[in-house]
Design a protein around this ligand. Structure first.
Ligand SMILES: [Zn+2]
Length: 361
């Protein structure tokens, strides 16, 4: 087993222990934000923050994991691997490294992409006082996206409906319908929530606590499940004409893609984490990105999400199929192979090094 792969875990509990141990060994200051619920083994759930470097650092490099729960297997492993290999030793004196572990700890521990409220956290940062964004494509496809059972016949029917929609409206519109969030079906796939959820409130608190004194912030939110296996894409949620996009291209090159131009593997989604960074860190230069690593083909990811949602609507962990479906979900968002783990760690390391250079340009 190679060095990086040793830092990836098989459960949330193991991931959390390893992360905290590596953070302390690296000389980090550690904070815990405990979640009100427990994990499948009765374990404490928390968003943990490790901070290395001066408290009043003008520059911050932040690295987040588990915004989409189960995707934390990837992000947590990378965070712990970077700590263990001594990445923090090379930090400039004026820079703080802030690692936020398990932003959606419930989803991570229970092998779900969503949180305890069935909410996709990365669609939850909208202004809930205003009318919620509409997604007419989702409404049209709601039955196909959320199949009533998982029989081969029903799943084939679901795929046929989605294929027909893509033929009528194009692949991009299909992806938007499926992944850009919805605010009308609380029990359905891709629900964005009707109020700020626990992880939303907690992340805002962490940003205020850790970054109030910073002038320039890079925030790398690690995701998995989209793109070619093991390949990372840097996702920018601003248009190509924006200063942020131009800065990102300068720092990281052609790997940066904008969701607004339609160039990215990700749809242009409302209510992503980027929104809360802009809101909480006003007056500072913030460079936010999703760093997305590919796992399995998108059709498999979609089917895993459908199965997970079916389970949620049919007894959750008490359903006899719960274990099997949890594994399906984990396997869709995480490749348990050394070369994949090494690849995603190496790419994140490169992105972080380039970020440190960029912060000092
Ligand atoms: Zn994600």
């Amino acid at each position: 087993m190679n060095a990086a792969a040793q830092n990836f875990s098989k459960t949330y509990r193991e991931a959390r222990d390893r992360f905290l141990q590596a953070a302390r060994a690296a000389g980090g200051r550690v904070n815990h934000h405990e979640h009100p619920l427990r994990g499948p083994e009765g374990e404490v759930l928390a968003t943990d923050v490790a901070r290395i470097g001066p408290e009043d650092a003008p520059f911050i490099l932040a690295l987040g994991s588990g915004t989409h729960g189960v995707e934390g297997y990837c992000g947590s492993g990378v965070q712990t691997a970077l700590l263990a290999e001594g990445f923090a030793d090379g930090l400039p004196d004026d820079t703080g490294l802030v690692l936020i572990h398990g932003i959606n700890p419930y989803g991570f521990a229970w092998n779900r992409r969503v949180n305890e409220d069935n909410v996709d956290l990365n669609r939850n940062f909208v202004d809930h006082a205003k009318p919620h964004p509409e997604n007419p494509g989702y409404e049209e496809l709601a039955e196909a996206i959320n199949p009533r059972d998982l029989s081969p016949e029903t799943m084939a029917e679901s795929r046929a409906h989605m294929r027909a929609y893509a033929e009528r409206h194009g692949h991009r519109a299909m992806q938007h319908a499926l992944s850009a969030g919805q605010y009308t079906h609380p029990n359905g796939v891709q629900f964005g929530g009707l109020e700020p959820v626990w992880s939303n409130r907690t992340l805002r608190m962490i940003l205020r606590e850790e970054m109030a004194k910073a002038r320039r912030v890079v925030f790398i939110d690690i995701h998995s499940g989209l793109g070619a296996c093991g390949e990372g894409e840097i996702i920018c949620t601003e248009p190509e004409t924006s200063e942020t996009y131009k800065r990102m291209r300068r720092w990281w090159g052609a790997r940066v893609r904008s969701t607004v131009s339609g160039d990215s593997i990700s749809s242009n989604v409302p209510g992503s984490i980027t929104v809360c960074l802009a809101e909480e860190l006003q007056g500072r230069e913030v460079t936010p990105m999703g760093l997305e690593f590919g796992t399995v083909p998108i059709a498999e990811v979609t089917m895993a999400l459908q199965a997970d949602n079916w389970l949620h609507q049919n007894g959750g962990p008490d359903n006899p199929k719960a274990k099997e479906i949890a594994k399906t979900i984990r396997d869709a968002f995480y490749i348990d192979a050394d070369d994949w783990k090494e690849k995603v760690t190496a790419q994140t390391r490169d992105v972080c090094r380039a970020a440190l250079k960029g912060l000092h340009e």
